[in-house]
Design a protein around this ligand. Structure first.
Ligand code: NAD
Ligand code: UFG
Length: 334
């Protein structure tokens, strides 16, 4: 039985599909602060298999211990937390509380119940300003905003825990830019309020919920001047988690990139989404967004070697699947 914190969220719900499809049993632990229980009904519909749900906060160690022991959990996938760079600058204490304290309580609950395998959602943001590209796992770590620093602190806490007790199995997964949705169109990303990220915003323009996209700068040092990122299909990402979990049968601690290795510009994404949706995406060029980097993408060799995993879905598939979810659920889970 795998305890999935934040399992009702965007990436967590897709990971639940991957886990159930791989034959694992799942208990989701989520406070639904940024998700809907409907996502979990849909996960069960996709897989034709039930999962257990516990409503709770990851900062509640007693509730975690109860869930871990009552469900006989052998491992944890830890997605729960806050993820907006912008909000983390405005509300750093909230980010340290939910992300760092939440992870700390989770590790204590795991230790108390003898569960010693954890897959953690980290982020490429821990690398900070690129000193070289692609980012390899050896790139210096220097987060440049509070959100990134919470991820870095949690990574360090996990590494320290492994040094103190090498019987733990710890997988730190550094995600690049997850987009897309399960191919069924039943689950997908459902941001609250105005989307901050590119693809959800583009999808809402395509469906008519927003008029135009703002492109934050076209004077970057990139082939077409717009920002370049390594977009990865959320189901490829989810499959990467299952591969990482399998390795933890042998105690070890590793940090690995989950990306495709390919960079796409904002204009590449717009063109791919227009083709997938058959809808125009009108846009305006605006000044750069503070804190944005020209370009970054993942080195993928280590993931291939270590996990025997590789992202296989193209940008076209990411956009087609994202559009299927958006067009069949124009208002998300609402
Ligand atoms: P999400 O907001 O969709 O999912 C997070 C889930 O955790 C939600 O279901 C939310 O209700 C739950 N949650 C939040 N705080 C909680 C708490 N205190 N207790 C219990 N549950 C709580 O986000 P996501 O995009 O699925 O991201 C999942 C993880 O991946 C996060 O840790 C995020 O930082 C990390 N990550 C995301 C991205 C991305 O671009 N989406 C990139 C890198 C890393
Ligand atoms: N962009 C626009 N207009 C928008 C939104 C984004 O032009 O409305 C551009 C950005 O300037 C950037 C690119 O699209 O060049 C991607 O931006 P996103 O906001 O989608 O993604 P980021 O790379 O900025 O950040 C994301 C997550 C972070 C995470 C990081 C690395 O938001 O939490 O990926 O994984 F840390």
């Amino acid at each position: 039985m795998i305890l999935v914190t934040g399992g009702a969220g965007y990436i967590g719900s897709h990971a639940c599909v991957a886990l159930l499809s791989a034959g694992e049993d799942v208990v989701v632990f989520d406070n639904f602060s940024n998700s809907s229980p409907k996502a979990l009904d849909r996960v069960q519909a996709i897989c034709g298999k039930p999962l257990a749900v516990v409503e709770g906060d990851v900062r509640d160690q007693a509730a975690l211990e109860k869930a871990l022991s009552e469900h006989g959990c052998t491992a944890v996938m830890h997605f729960a937390g806050l993820k907006s760079v912008q909000d983390s600058v405005a509300e750093p204490l909230e980010y340290y509380d939910q992300n760092v304290i939440g992870s700390h309580r989770l590790l204590r609950a795991m230790r108390a119940t003898g569960v010693r395998k954890i897959v953690f959602s980290s982020s490429a943001t821990v690398y900070g300003t690129p000193q070289f590209l692609p980012y390899t796992e050896q790139h210096p770590l220097k987060a440049v905003n509070p959100y990134g620093r919470t991820k870095l602190v949690i990574e360090e806490m996990l590494r320290d825990q492994h040094v103190s007790d090498p019987s733990w199995g710890i997988a730190i997964l550094r995600y690049f830019n997850p987009v897309g949705a399960h191919e069924s169109g039943l689950i997908g990303e459902d941001p609250k309020g105005v989307p901050n990220n590119l693809v959800p915003f583009v999808a809402q323009v395509a469906i008519g919920r927003r008029d135009r996209l703002n492109i934050w700068g076209n004077d970057y040092n990139t082939p077409d001047g717009t920002g370049v990122r390594d977009y990865i299909h959320v189901m490829d990402l989810a499959d990467g988690h299952v591969s990482a979990l399998k390795l933890l049968d042998t105690p070890q601690c590793f940090a690995v990139n989950l990306g495709t290795g390919a960079g796409s510009s904002v204009l590449d994404v717009i063109r791919a989404f227009e083709a997938a949706s058959g809808r125009p995406i009108p846009y305006d060029i605006k000044p750069r967004r503070p804190g944005d980097i020209d370009a970054y993408y993942a080195a993928t060799d280590y993931a291939t070697r270590l996990l025997g995993w590789k992202a296989v879905r193209s940008l076209e598939t990411m956009c087609a699947d994202h559009w299927r979810w958006q067009s069949s659920n124009p208002n998300g889970y609402a």
